[in-house]
Design a protein around this ligand. Structure first.
Ligand code: NAD
Length: 428
């Protein structure tokens, strides 16, 4: 066997292969579900603020739309690749199926670093991305959403460009829009809160009161901050948070044994979820290396930053006390590390379940936008709780019934649903 590490998409494919065998999927169904149905790679020329033209690379992958229009984020990242986009699009397909949402899966991105771009330049990239794809996106075709380093403003620029091209108002084209401009109340909190709804169910299953637990979190962006908010409201204590430091080009962990204070910590974080190191020291935080979040003596680990963070090299640093890993990020655990976590009997809430609150609420937003009728926040979060709890129960039940690892049980349910949709449509 080669020592080359798996790429994200290779990892996603190997997860699929394992479950496809378990499900006994026939050859054509496996061939269909192992690769994206459509993908687009294109260039976006932008006139920069200094008058120079710069060319940016863009991607969109529609993985599978047997269960409904594509749904998936758009990421702005200097290390964005078609491989990551494919993996995220595949996981999105399974995620929508697992939550039983009538949508397919997709993902997209642009190779760029918004830290080094003015707002005008970012707007031009958003508009350029939509122009390249305007015929292949839409409420009934494929619906984008924010992802790493994209936000509500980016979504609104994209919507505006799409509506200008189409000559009509189509707020269901994109989700994650600002409140009052077609956004859904609760969307901002959805991924982090959804993770905590699932975590609450896992703690119930293990018979552990939340107020007796502590947690360590990697990532202090949308998912990390909202997960911390609801988990602490439930009585849990977060003792360590890790994030990326743009200035130093590395990550740090910020530790406070008495528990991090979300309000003061978010007041010293930038829009990208980077914490100001000096001000954190002033607030009494210990500043540790980026890897320290994983090595804390806590009950719960929440990786909520980026993919490939728990690896075969660092999985051994997870303390014996850790009982639950709730994956806020997509693909934070490599396959080899995943095997170790399974062997150690740590209760895993896999990404396609743990962070599915984001897409569930995106779906709610799309429904509201298409109706042009908006719900109250409690209604949105109540519906989210119902969906997350139902999905968690079905995965746990499947895991117990078939004696499967939680990740495998989640994939088992999701892949079976997508395969059935392809069969029912007569594709295979
Ligand atoms: P974000 O951009 O708001 O925040 C990302 C956080 O991760 C920041 O705090 C950043 O500093 C930190 N980070 C980045 N690289 C890091 C590194 N190498 N080490 C330590 N910290 C690092 O992003 P987000 O929306 O919170 O998304 C986080 C993850 O959750 C991503 O994997 C995303 O795909 C996934 N996700 C997000 C949503 C959503 O609705 N926002 C939904 C589902 C899944």
């Amino acid at each position: 066997m080669s020592n080359k590490p798996f790429s994200s998409f290779e990892m996603a494919q190997s997860q699929f292969d394992k479950i496809a065998d378990l499900l006994g999927l026939d050859g054509p169904t496996q061939d269909l579900l192992r690769w994206p149905m459509k993908e687009y790679q294109f260039l976006i020329p932008i006139r920069m603020d200094d008058g120079q033209i710069k060319i940016f690379r863009g991607f969109r992958v529609l993985y599978n739309d047997a269960r409904g229009p594509g749904k998936g984020g758009i990421r702005f990242h200097p290390q964005e690749t078609i491989d990551t986009v494919r993996a995220l699009a595949m996981w999105m397909t399974w995620k929508c199926a697992l939550l039983d949402i009538p949508l397919g899966g997709s993902n997209g991105g642009v190779v760029c670093d918004p830290h080094n771009l003015s707002l005008r330049e970012q707007e031009q990239i958003c508009r350029g991305w939509v122009r390249q794809l305007s015929r292949d996106l839409g409420p009934q075709i494929d619906v984008p959403a924010p992802e790493v380093m994209t936000n509500a403003q980016h979504m609104l620029w994209m919507l505006d460009e799409y509506e200008v091209i189409r000559g009509e108002k189509l707020p269901g084209f994109i989700t994650g829009k600002p409140i009052g401009m077609g956004g859904s109340l609760g969307r901002l909190e959805a991924a982090g809160f959804g993770l905590v709804f699932a975590l609450r169910e896992a703690l119930k299953e293990l018979g552990i009161p939340p107020e007796d637990t502590t947690a360590s979190v990697q990532g202090f962006g949308n998912v990390g901050q909202h997960a911390i908010q609801l988990y602490q409201q439930m009585g849990g204590k977060v003792v360590c948070v890790a994030c990326w430091d743009q200035k130093d080009g590395t990550s740090y962990s910020y530790k406070k044994e008495s528990g991090v204070d979300l309000d003061s910590l978010s007041s010293i974080a930038d829009h990208f979820g980077g914490i100001d190191k000096k001000r954190a020291l002033d607030l009494g935080y210990e500043v540790l290396p980026g890897s320290a979040w994983l090595e804390q003596n806590v009950d719960i680990l929440i990786p909520a930053a980026i993919e490939n963070q728990i690896t075969i090299d660092n999985v051994k640093n997870i303390r014996p006390r850790v009982k639950i890993i709730a994956e806020g990020a997509n693909g934070p655990t490599t396959s080899e590390a995943d095997r170790v976590i399974g062997e150690r009997n740590i209760f895993l809430i896999p990404d396609i379940l743990a962070n599915a609150g984001g897409v569930t609420c995106s779906y709610f937003e799309q429904v509201q936008s298409n109706m042009n009728y908006y719900w109250e926040k409690d209604e949105v979060l109540g519906k989210l709780d119902v969906k997350m709890t139902a999905a968690f129960s079905s995965v746990l039940e499947q895991a117990k019934k078939k004696n499967l690892y939680m990740r495998d049980a989640a994939f088992f349910i999701a892949i079976a649903r997508v395969a059935q949709a392809c069969k029912d449509r007569g594709w295979v």
